[in-house]
Design a protein around this ligand. Structure first.
Ligand SMILES: [Zn+2]
Length: 317
């Protein structure tokens, strides 16, 4: 005889309490994700110093502030995926810091939300000679080039330029020590991404380093890999992981857009907002998904639950 779970709970509770209790306990030990409400902004590649005036950067910031102010949940911060400066100089870094203060600022040309940035190739030696001002700057603002933070049960990691062998080794250790629940949703930010056209050739050795990175994140609940560098906005899937990249304010006519991410309960929504120097803001594209636990966990839980039920049932007959 087949009965629904509701009927089982309502009518047969006293007779089947043992297996049901076990199943409930198993499920409660690994709760389905329920982030109350979380929002954050994502931008990249401001390249401060590229132009003599910062009107495009200011327009990007003002558009983020406008969208943030009308979001259903106040953004907790701004993720900025690298290339803070164009040449890595002190004056460019100072300009970046003015517009993107660590804790956000209330000036009309300042982003109003706390800032979580990583460096990009333009911030590094290969572009700026021996100048490592943004590298030192990120370390002084966040304690390290590799750092993490938590918002509403979601774990965020900044992996800096990209998942190098060393960065993946750090990540492996970090996740093992910081993520105790297998369901914990994780967002990883870097400058280079995973796309074939713009990103892979910038990795030191794509094949071995991407394989090491995949090994490290396997089994974790990675809900988004976020990157910059390509100055275009895309959502694509790499090896089963959702990858997102926002636009850039560097050049007018490039993809001048940024992302607003909203997570409510188990629904993740990325909305990419396009803006113009004239102050117009419009939705460019949206991607929405339901956050699910890594598959092995779901299957194991179901498997164990069903096994307990069927064994108990079998014993009765
Ligand atoms: Zn760039």
């Amino acid at each position: 005889m087949k009965i629904s779970r509701t009927e089982l709970m309502r009518n047969n509770w006293p007779r089947v309490r043992f297996p049901v209790v076990i199943c409930v306990l198993l499920v409660s030990a690994f709760p389905v994700l329920a982030v109350d409400e979380l929002a954050f902004l994502v931008t990249a590649d401001p390249h401060f110093g590229y132009r003599s005036d910062e009107s495009l950067n200011v327009a990007n910031i003002q558009a983020m502030n406008t969208v943030g102010a009308s979001a259903s949940s106040t953004p907790r911060g701004v993720l900025l995926a690298g290339d803070t400066t164009h040449d890595g100089t002190q004056s460019q870094w100072n300009t970046f810091q003015y517009h993107y203060p660590l804790s956000g600022g209330m000036g009309s040309e300042q982003v109003h939300y706390p800032v979580y940035e990583c460096t990009g190739n333009h911030d590094r030696e290969e572009i700026s000679g021996d100048d490592s001002v943004p590298v030192d700057g990120v370390i002084s603002r966040h304690g390290s080039l590799l750092y993490s933070w938590d918002w509403e049960g979601v774990h965020f990691v900044s992996l800096d330029l990209y998942p190098t062998q060393e960065n993946s080794a750090w990540l492996e250790n970090h996740l093992a020590n910081s993520v105790s629940q297998p369901d914990t949703p994780i967002v990883i930010m870097s400058h280079y991404g995973y796309d074939e056209i713009y990103s892979r050739s910038w990795w030191g050795n794509w094949n071995s380093q991407s394989a090491a990175f995949l090994d490290v994140i396997d089994g974790y609940n990675i809900i988004a890999l976020i990157h910059g560098h390509i100055h275009g906005s895309f959502h694509y899937v790499w090896e089963g992981y959702d990858v997102y990249t926002p636009g850039s304010p560097k050049v007018e006519g490039e993809k001048n857009s940024f992302g607003l991410v909203a997570i409510e309960d188990d629904v993740f929504t990325w909305t990419e907002y396009f803006w113009t120097l004239e102050g117009e803001i419009s939705v460019d594209w949206t991607d929405q998904k339901t956050i699910v636990s890594p598959e092995p966990m779901t299957i194991n839980l179901l498997g164990v639950g069903l096994l307990v039920l069927s064994r108990k049932k079998g014993a009765k007959h």
